[in-house]
Design a protein around this ligand. Sequence first.
Ligand SMILES: Nc1ncnc2c1ncn2[C@@H]1O[C@H](COP(=O)(O)OP(=O)(O)OP(=O)(O)O)[C@@H](O)[C@H]1O
Ligand SMILES: [Mg+2]
Length: 252
Amino acid sequence: MAKIISIINHKGGVAKTTTTINLGKALALLGNRVLLVDLDPQGNLSQGLGHEEPEEQVVHALLEGAELPQVPISENLWLAPSDLELVDAELRLNNEIGGFGRLRKALRAVKDNYDYILIDCPPSLNIVTQNGMVASDSVIITIAPSFFAMKGLQRLMGIVEQVREEIHPDLEVEGIVFTLVEKRLVIHKSVIDYIGEATEGRVRLFQAFIRKNVALEESNSNQTDIFTYDKTSNGAADYMALAEELASVPAR
Ligand SMILES: Nc1ncnc2c1ncn2[C@@H]1O[C@H](COP(=O)(O)OP(=O)(O)OP(=O)(O)O)[C@@H](O)[C@H]1O
Ligand SMILES: [Mg+2]
């Protein structure tokens, strides 16, 4: 049965989608069957894997009870795609009883086919992201070190706590991944140290850092993963290290 993980942060542009694609591909290369779920109406995950304007979409599973689409991408890797149509879901799910549990329901039917299911969430804490969290065993929080990162993290941890209290008591925080890291910048080092101290003992900080690496940006615009684009890049090394760390340590 799959381990289901949502990649979350309401802050935009902190590499949620890049992490979903490349952590997923790395886990697939390690021999796991992996499903990537695009839960963002921006559709970046789908576009980043070459699937624009998909006919069958996640939204149909959320609103109409259709089977979750699972498009084969490469060996051991599948995609449940989305595009702007997913915007419809927000309003409708807000008005429907149990609207937060639709993705969990849709995944129940397919999760035995996979080892990992990674859910790429939108930069928001709305009912669509709640669907991701409620469907998940755990969340991974991506953080690009910046002056405002700490404030955002407190809010995010508060929301995770609320989901635990109200709906899903077993939801774990798998850990925090630092992305877009430039170690030589003093601000980055101090934010990473600060978050380390503030969360001491309560949340795992992954040892694997994702460095800023232009090949990652290029692989996204080439609509493929970093291992296919340039397997010798820092980006490929960093995401493989993250996958190995994730696979080796149980969630807290
Ligand atoms: N390690 C990296 N090095 C260089 N560029 C990166 C790296 N990670 C991501 N990027 C680039 O940063 C931008 C934002 O990344 P991405 O789209 O993955 O973030 P996101 O958190 O999913 O954004 P959104 O909140 O809009 O969904 C993209 O242009 C991506 O190619
Ligand atoms: Mg994204």
